[in-house]
Write a protein that binds this ligand. Structure first.
Ligand SMILES: Nc1nc2c(ncn2[C@@H]2O[C@H](COP(=O)(O)OP(=O)(O)OP(=O)(O)O)[C@@H](O)[C@H]2O)c(=O)[nH]1
Length: 391
């Protein structure tokens, strides 16, 4: 991911409180998506029941009409008693369902179980109210004072024949409006669900990016710390620890391959007077210049380090005795003795170099160091600004 985008999406999520906040948000968004899913399923189930019952109202209305006609104008073989029972059952169900649509409450489902209906609203409520006012007179005609079917049903049959089409039409409208409401309610809920899912996803991405960012920062801090722990803070070249690690690995390889090489231990001559006469910072500048001169003179495969004070060291793999080492030492002595000291009048800088070669002095780092140290003191004792190979 490009860095600019990374910064845009996860501006400062790397800190612990922000990661915790992002995890909490992730859980919340996911819960919203889950709950809206359950809510949608529940709504769809309730809508299906309501649509089904609205459809059944048409059938009940037809059934009541037919039974009323049979009860009032019996044809051959039809039992008026059965018809009266059917009127009672069908019309009671019809009325009960219409009331449940209007006021909310229980109705009887197709399988005889009780089902809870929500009161409909909007256009559906207006249709239900119109239907109830249309059915109201019929209800009065079909129930006597004790709530039973009256003896004479002709007025009810006439009323229903007259208004059945209108009632059927209203029940058709109710079914369509309920279907339409259900579709748009489901669509709205889906939008909420998709939004919650999208937010959860974005939050997850931000969270993941935040963690990557945190991981990267920790890695960078570790790298910086490791490089600082291996660097001489004044000169910027490797310190003793880094040199020892690198040299051990190099000498191990050299031992396995039976390679030649050399360890050069360097100690400046005449450094203390610079410090004493011109101050510590003038001495620091000299140490930095020496480090630069050594690095410039060394090959890219050589290890160059400052051991401390005015002591430096070089490990030169695959350096062949005099052929390579003498010219290198000469270059180093010249480079250091010709460092610009114009603003340090009366000071002469030089360097004494002790050289221990391998395999002659062995492949062990400590052995090479001690032989080079002794050789360096011989060079210094002989007046400095020279090199000496270990005996
Ligand atoms: N400016 C500066 N001086 C340092 C630093 N580390 C050590 N020194 C000084 O380096 C000097 C080293 O002393 P010597 O080794 O006697 O210096 P020298 O004059 O070259 O003497 P020989 O080595 O005997 O030739 C001491 O004065 C230390 O205080 C440093 O980081 N910066």
């Amino acid at each position: 991911m490009p860095d600019a985008m990374f910064r845009l999406v996860a501006p400062s999520i790397g800190s612990t409180p922000r990661i915790v906040a992002a995890i909490v948000l992730f859980v919340v968004f996911d819960l919203v998506a889950l709950l809206s899913n359950l809510w949608i399923a529940e709504q769809v189930a309730q809508d299906a029941v309501a649509i089904n019952l609205a459809g059944r109202q048409r059938m009940l209305s037809q059934q009541t009409t037919k039974a009323l006609l049979l009860a009032t104008r019996p044809t051959s073989g039809e039992s008026p008693e059965n018809a009266r029972r059917e009127i009672n059952t069908a019309f009671t169900l019809f009325e009960q369902t219409l009331r449940a649509f209007d006021e909310g409450g229980e109705a009887t489902g197709g399988d005889g179980h009780r089902v809870a209906l929500r009161a409909v609203n909007g256009e559906a409520a207006r249709i239900v109210q119109r239907a109830r006012s249309l059915v109201g007179p019929l209800s009065a005609l079909l129930h006597d004072d004790r709530g039973h079917l009256p003896g004479r049903l002709e007025p009810a049959a006439d009323y229903l024949v007259q208004h059945n089409t209108a009632i059927l039409d209203l029940m058709n409208q109710l079914t369509s409006v309920l279907e339409h409401d259900s579709v748009s309610r489901t669509r709205d809920l889906r939008t909420i669900q998709s939004g919650a899912f999208l937010l959860a996803l974005l939050n997850f991405i931000a969270l993941a990016l935040g963690m990557i960012r945190r991981h990267r920062a920790a890695e960078e801090a570790g790298l910086l710390w490791r490089s600082q722990a291996r660097q001489d803070p004044l000169t910027g070249i490797a310190n003793r620890k880094a040199f020892e690690e690198g040299a051990e690995a190099l000498l191990l390889r050299a031992r396995q391959n039976k390679d030649n090489g050399a360890l050069l231990l360097l100690d400046l001559d005449g450094f203390k007077p610079i410090n004493d006469r011109f101050g510590h910072s003038a001495g620091d500048d000299i140490l930095k210049a020496v480090a630069g001169a050594l690095t410039a003179a060394a090959r890219s495969t050589d290890l160059v380090a400052r051991l401390g004070g005015d002591e430096f060291i070089l490990l030169c793999p695959q350096a062949y005795k005099e052929i390579d080492i003498d010219p290198l030492c000469e270059r180093l002595v010249n480079a250091i003795s010709t460092l610009p000291t114009a603003d340090l009048p009366g000071c002469r800088l030089g360097v004494s170099i002790g050289v221990a070669t391998y395999p002659d002095c062995g492949y062990g780092l400590q052995g090479l160091l001690s032989r080079a140290d002794k050789a360096m003191y011989v060079a210094k004792g002989a007046g400095g600004s020279r090199w000496q190979r270990a005996a």
